[in-house]
Design a protein around this ligand. Structure first.
Ligand SMILES: Cc1cc2nc3c(=O)[nH]c(=O)nc-3n(C[C@H](O)[C@H](O)[C@H](O)COP(=O)(O)OP(=O)(O)OC[C@H]3O[C@@H](n4cnc5c(N)ncnc54)[C@H](O)[C@@H]3O)c2cc1C
Length: 511
């Protein structure tokens, strides 16, 4: 029996959120799409696993860009439009901040959040609200400009705040508000979701982060992140996409600067007009292009010039008591012994002790997520890839257990409960787990770091110049919109749009 057709319009490498979003959008426009996924399930990092009969979330803390049913944000709207029906649950709070001298739970809603900060740092309400409103204005501009690009003079007229702040770091803009440090600290916890200290983090990225998460709150799927992957894959197949699991793509076939198909580890050569890669450009340009002489010199320079962002280390536990009985009272806790994000960023270069961590108790957003009388609790740090790259095979087990112990001890002391006395199941995910499971380059889950030299605005401007092999697009955390499960949907759509625009341009040229 023949496994593959002779030819596809598009082959997508990787059946995770980015790849599946591309497939959905292309199938919706009538293209013939093949998705090749090396794992036996869709989703990549957006997955779950079962221990002791309990399904456990592998990664997701919270999704951005979903929005309530009556006012969907871009990711929620796309999934709705594609007929991917997810049972979304609203996360009840923004976060609990456990920082030097402050313990407070803050909630979404720009005004509510500002009032709650004001209750901790009296007299800051107006300034904090003004800052968040500025974030919101920039966020609206980013959303509009990503769909309707415009000339600089037009932009200046319609998107003044965006243009005026675009060249500045988060620190530079926040400094102009002259807020007490404690208030700045309370605005900072989400920095880890974009992974750059405030001196290096473009204000535009901070704005999108804050306006989306604080303005609208975050969501989670009732059946864990795997609900997204499974339903997207199911819907894509219903729309005619062929998805083949356990099929690793080893090579992207290129002739005269144009991609024309792939070769799988099993040896199948499959032809297509376009290829979308969820594999990192580092992997593609270092060993996946066949023949290797087709790798453009600029491609090697480009991947070498970019800095990989963060990876993840996570201790995921199922505990034998309801959360309240273990003094766990929040969905999300960000805890640090400083909130100087530049200092914390440096701390993430090593192997611990880590000074900033994030914890999730899913039961507060999804009460039935574990059996009655138990709860799920995870502790995560997001280190830079640098330190973990240096861990030898001989040292791996020791380092993994030392880091896990540090995190568990820290949170046990915080709750006044020895969490290890209550463990029903425990799983330790390391950067190596991520690399092994998804093939993410060096286990990097965030793609390339957002810096003042290299961020979404610059990437949008240079995006076309970086399409170095005709017919080859990238979709994943390494693409323009960067890291996170929500942004993967946007990255996947962008890769699909590039292909649709290319096809439209060719059709127009024929006329
Ligand atoms: C512990 C943890 C917590 C996180 N929490 C959050 C959160 O709360 N909110 C959030 O938004 N994001 C979170 N993230 C980040 C988020 O999961 C990632 O940014 C995102 O899922 C990356 O998606 P992706 O589509 O780029 O890639 P991946 O999920 O890495 O998927 C890549 C896919 O491509 C496949 N593949 C790769 N190479 C090949 C090949 N050669 N052939 C065939 N298939 C291939 C892989 O098997 C995989 O399925 C978290 C991540 C971790 C690890």
């Amino acid at each position: 029996m023949k496994y593959y057709k002779d030819h596809y319009d598009v082959i997508v490498i990787g059946g995770a959120l980015a790849g599946l979003s591309s497939a959905l959008m292309l199938a919706d426009k009538g293209l013939d799409v093949l998705v090749l996924e090396r794992h036996n399930l869709p989703g990549g990092i957006a997955t779950s696993f079962v221990r002791g009969g309990i399904e456990i979330e592998a990664a997701l803390h919270e999704m951005m860009s979903i929005g309530p049913k009556e006012n969907r944000l871009k990711v929620g709207k796309f999934l709705d439009d594609m007929g991917v029906d997810i049972d979304w649950l609203q996360v009840p709070e923004a976060y609990h901040a456990s920082l030097p001298g402050v313990e407070v739970t803050l909630h979404p809603g720009l005004e509510r959040f500002s009032r709650e900060v004001d209750a901790q740092v009296p007299g800051t309400y107006e300034k904090v609200l003004k800052l968040l409103q500025l974030c919101n204005t920039v966020f609206n501009s980013v959303n509009e400009l990503s769909i309707h690009p415009m000339s600089k003079p037009q932009m200046l007229l319609k998107h003044e705040a965006f243009v005026k702040t675009a060249g500045y770091s988060t620190k530079e803009v926040i400094d102009t508000f002259d807020l007490p440090q404690k208030a700045v600290d309370l605005l900072a916890p989400y920095w880890i979701y974009v992974g750059s200290g405030f001196s290096e983090l473009p204000f535009t990225i901070f704005s999108v982060l804050m306006a989306d998460y604080i303005g609208y709150g975050s969501m989670i799927p009732r059946k864990l992140s795997h609900e997204m992957s499974l339903k997207m894959a199911e819907r894509a197949e219903a729309m005619g996409v062929q998805i083949e699991y356990r099929q690793q793509v080893d090579k992207i076939l290129v002739k005269n600067g144009k991609a024309y198909g792939v070769r799988t580890a099993r040896g199948d050569v499959i032809r297509s007009d376009y290829v979308i890669s969820s594999a990192y450009p580092n992997a593609v340009y270092s060993h996946m292009i066949e023949p290797a002489r087709e790798v453009p010199e600029k491609a090697t320079k480009m991947v070498n010039a970019r800095r990989l962002s963060l990876t993840a280390f996570s201790v995921i536990m199922i505990l034998d008591r309801p959360a309240q009985e273990l003094n766990i009272h929040d969905y999300s806790i960000f805890r640090g012994d400083t909130m100087d994000t530049d200092v914390l960023y440096e701390n993430l270069a090593g192997l611990g002790p880590y000074r900033y961590l994030t914890c999730i108790c899913h039961n507060y957003g999804n009460p039935d997520v574990t059996p009655e009388g138990t709860c799920s609790f995870s502790i995560t740090v997001l280190p830079r890839v640098d330190g973990w790259k240096s861990v030898s095979a001989d040292d791996y087990d020791r380092v993994k257990h030392e880091v896990a112990k540090q995190l568990i001890d820290d949170m046990s002391a915080y709750f006044g409960v020895n969490l290890l006395d209550h463990v029903l199941e425990i799983v330790i995910e390391t950067p190596m787990t991520v690399a092994h499971y998804t093939k993410a380059w060096n286990g990097c889950i965030y793609g390339y770091a957002h810096t003042m030299q290299d961020h979404i605005i610059a990437r949008l401007q240079t995006g076309n110049e970086e399409r170095l092999i005709q017919g080859l697009e990238f979709a994943g955390a390494h693409a323009i919109s960067g890291d996170g499960m929500g942004p993967q949907v946007t990255n996947g759509r962008k890769a699909a749009k590039n292909i649709l625009d290319d096809i439209a341009a060719k059709e127009a040229a024929k006329k």
